[in-house]
Design a protein around this ligand. Sequence first.
Ligand SMILES: C[S@@+](CC[C@H](N)C(=O)[O-])C[C@H]1O[C@@H](n2cnc3c(N)ncnc32)[C@H](O)[C@@H]1O
Length: 303
Amino acid sequence: MDADFSNDNRLVESNSRIVKKLTLKRAVFECFNKGSGWKLTALVVDIKFLLWKIQHPGASFSDYYAGSIAGGLKQGRSHKTLGNKKFLSGSLASDPDQFSQAENQIRGTNYFEMAKKYGLQPDHICIDYGCGSLRVGQHLINYLQPGKYLGLDIVSDFYEAGKTLLADRVLETKTPQFQIINPIVIEAASIQYPHFIFSFAVLKHVPPTELNTYFRNIIGMMAPYSQAIITFNQAERSTRTGAKIWDYCQDEIITSVCEQGLDLYCTINPVYTESEGESLPRISVLLIRKKEYSTSSIYIAEI
Ligand SMILES: C[S@@+](CC[C@H](N)C(=O)[O-])C[C@H]1O[C@@H](n2cnc3c(N)ncnc32)[C@H](O)[C@@H]1O
């Protein structure tokens, strides 16, 4: 009995040490990602990007963003939303732990519920733009009929990692498609006439200089009846709030969307308010439709 108790105590102590270490790592990460240290990180990121551009002329910040994270994943590092490893797990001496299928399945459910509230049905054709490691894509793939899901991203590394966490035989039975974003792929996606184009947690990583390209690609894939559902960090004024994070004001978003065509109709709705006193909701949903369909019978749920 005594031995059992001391084993239990050791387990509790070791668990609480792990929790403390994770909390500390997260605090340090948040400080340099979005907290008081982010400007220093941004300076380092910008210098690295400029140096990287010398070897990759014509490449964008988004290419750099994706390439640098993919490089980190290849070296065994973890990321908050990308790859198949648990964020900040592991130590200097050990690799981060891999997600189990069950652990992965509880991620991204909030975005999936949002997709259904906007009217997603199993027979719809759906594009997941900036699908990453299928945090949300896994739920879309399960829900949709075979062949209706197309995941697009800047590099294949993220969705390849996500595929390893899908339930057995899902790839065979649901036949989801995946592609690296380029003009030919955008053109090909447009003739699939998607009902929905989702872009979750992507726009916040797109810098102002690449906003038009981002919307041009999404709008370029839209059929007359498509709905594009895009989440972003909304602020009173557009501003960089992290090394690789930008908040946007409504006007800048609407202006960039309108530059892609005047036949478009947009609405912006809050997802949630971080604190009661905040004047603007931080995460918002931008919905884009073609004007000719905006007065049709498509049901748009209020989120
Ligand atoms: C934070 S992850 C989100 C992934 C996924 N949507 C999710 O919710 O888990 C951001 C993703 O957007 C992709 N991305 C970044 N900039 C992009 C751009 N300009 N166009 C398309 N995808 C982009 C990245 O490669 C990455 O996979």
